[in-house]
Design a protein. Structure first.
Length: 256
């Protein structure tokens, strides 16, 4: 939300004085992010409650995960079936795809296998690197891994902005955040009950929930009017820098 969208708006704003996108589609994605933030705030707020047992927190996390996943399916239906025009961009931006479905699936499969293999290599190299440079695990997880793991996605969003396709840039930046918050996180919680040493829950540390809420708040404000410029990009990047410095110098900022 902050780094990718901010860099895309900055890059596009340097080339074009002002860029436009569909505000209705952007607001709907921002609203989904707000919904995700609410689903994270509730478990974090009640985890310290004396009446909230670990078993109760686990049942709450599973229930919220099911609700959030169902909402994500509804959002996909809205974006791909009933209201695709809100996310397609202007007619001048549309490009015809020439690759066949079979070829596209083959490329996607090969790319997925390659990315999974490279991810294993990256994860294996992170721990010794973290110790060598003295980085905290939370800083590496929230910032370093996020940048390296999504480098291709970042480049695509910036490239789209440079071609004056801000609808695509927003879909990449905000849509990716929606996918992580409403699909990846609940799937991990549900899967952890069958795989792993212990079930996961949605009770993240208060500091992490706070930065998610702040990122959602400013992203919703910037995406609400359907226009972008280089200043909006800088505003998002400044917020990202503030959070990065906080986690770098205060590694325990996420503790309760």
């Amino acid at each position: 939300m902050l780094l990718v969208l901010g860099a895309a708006m900055l890059a596009g704003g340097v080339r074009y004085s002002e860029q436009h996108f569909n505000p209705v589609g952007a607001r709907s994605e921002a609203t989904m992010l707000t919904l995700a933030a609410i689903a994270l705030i509730v478990p974090a707020a009640f985890e310290a409650d004396a009446d909230m047992t670990a078993d109760g927190l686990g049942r709450l996390s599973v229930s919220l995960s099911v609700v959030v996943l169902f909402t994500y399916v509804l959002f996909l239906t809205f974006a791909l079936v009933t209201h695709p025009a809100l996310f397609a961009g202007s007619a001048a931006e549309e490009e015809k795809a020439h690759a066949s479905v079979g070829r596209s699936m083959l490329v996607l499969t090969v790319a997925t296998v390659g990315i999974a293999w490279m991810s294993e290599i990256m994860v294996g190299a992170i721990e010794p690197t973290t110790r060598e440079f003295g980085f905290s695990k939370i800083f590496v997880g929230v910032f370093v891994v996020a940048i390296l793991g999504n480098a291709a996605e970042h480049a695509t969003a910036i490239s789209a902005a440079l071609r004056n396709r801000m609808d695509l840039s927003l879909s990449i930046a905000i849509g990716s955040s929606v996918q992580v918050a409403l699909f990846v996180a609940p799937v991990l919680v549900l899967t952890s009950h069958f795989v792993g040493p212990a079930p996961m829950d949605l009770a993240f540390p208060a500091g992490l929930v706070l930065i998610v809420f702040l990122a959602v708040l400013i992203t919703g404000q910037i995406a609400s009017d359907g226009r972008s410029d280089w200043l909006k990009g800088m505003q998002l990047l400044v917020v990202y820098l503030v959070l990065a410095l906080t986690f770098f110098f205060l590694p325990n900022a996420t503790s309760h």
